[in-house]
Write a protein that binds this ligand. Structure first.
Ligand SMILES: [Zn+2]
Length: 318
């Protein structure tokens, strides 16, 4: 290749003279070439990156796609969990809370409600803000709904325990076995069999021979055991709580003491004819908050003798 040579015109002598560049000129020229080459390279690199992206960017893009996918799957799982909680809420309101006489949870409260923009503010300004906020908002709702249902379940459990306790205490069986026939019930007597004067009979009598076993009709504490000369002779009074007291009168013997705890079906004494009594019988009385209530409303009287004793065995087994 021919080497380029530079000439300058000598006007005085009218001839071209060969021009030799100085070292500084050469350096300047090469420097310019270098700078231009760098700029062109940068431009090419920039355009290439814009079109195809760097490997690192591609990796990041893949990760972003993966995160989007994970968020979408998470959102679907939260939706599913929300539907399950909604079903629970529906059963809770329609069945359990209704049966246990608890106030229903209003729909607008039990649905939880969104956390709002205020709490989600820290997620703003990102490429996938909408998706993240949607997931976060649904999760917050789910958390609220779950807490509400958890509290409701705790309330139901406590209430159910109260009910179980109450049912154990209410006087709900016959105090003597079914072979003992009913005597006088709760009624106004024109003529008392012993006193001869008219007066109310506030209980249910059972005709039973002296020495018949008498059983507590519900769990409670013995409030009185003995004879206080009030006409009932030897008697046992059991306080069942919830406003209930039962009285077992005209006994021949008490088998419990004041303050003793009893459960339904426990043996508490033997029937007799003490006090103002015309003959052997058990006087059974139920008081509710001091008012006399008809004992016939409080036991099932169609059991056979076997069934009655099976029930006692079941109630009193340890
Ligand atoms: Zn009576």
């Amino acid at each position: 290749m021919l080497k380029r040579k530079n000439y300058v015109f000598d006007a005085a002598n009218l001839q071209f003279l060969r021009h030799r560049r100085k070292g500084s000129e050469k350096l300047l020229r090469w420097s310019m070439w270098f700078v231009v080459s760098i700029l062109v390279t940068i431009c090419y690199a920039f355009i290439f990156q814009r079109l195809f992206g760097s490997p690192k960017e591609e990796l990041l893009a893949q990760r972003v796609d993966e995160m989007r996918l994970r968020y979408s799957l998470l959102e679907r799982k939260i939706d599913y969990a929300s539907r399950v909680v909604a079903d629970l809420r529906s059963s809770d309101n329609a069945s359990y809370r209704a049966v246990l006489d608890l106030p229903l949870i209003p729909e607008d409260i039990s649905e939880g409600g969104s956390g709002g923009v205020f709490r989600l503010g820290d997620l703003t300004g990102y490429m996938n803000t909408d998706l993240m906020m949607s997931v976060r908002s649904k999760f917050e709702d789910l958390k609220t709904q779950t807490n509400i249902q958890y509290n409701s379940l705790t309330e139901l459990t406590d209430k159910a325990a109260d009910w179980k306790d109450m049912w154990a205490h209410l006087p709900y069986i016959r105090p003597v076995n079914v072979t003992m026939r009913l005597g006088d019930g709760m009624k106004f007597r024109e003529k008392h069999p012993v006193l001869g004067s008219p007066r109310w009979h506030f209980g249910q009598d059972f005709r039973c021979p002296i020495g018949t076993e008498v059983h507590a009709t519900g769990a409670g504490v013995v409030y009185y055991a003995g004879n206080e000369n009030d006409g009932f002779g030897i008697k046992v009074v059991i306080d069942h709580g919830y406003g209930y007291r039962t009285i077992y009168g005209h006994l021949s013997k008490c088998s419990v003491k004041r303050g003793e705890k009893v459960t339904r079906g426990d043996f508490i004494g033997l029937s007799g004819s003490t006090g103002i009594s015309s003959g052997p019988h058990l006087h059974y009385q139920i008081d509710l908050f001091g008012e006399h209530v008809n004992p016939l409303w409080y036991f099932e009287d169609s059991l056979t003798e076997d069934e009655y004793f099976m029930m006692l065995d079941f109630l009193t087994k340890p």
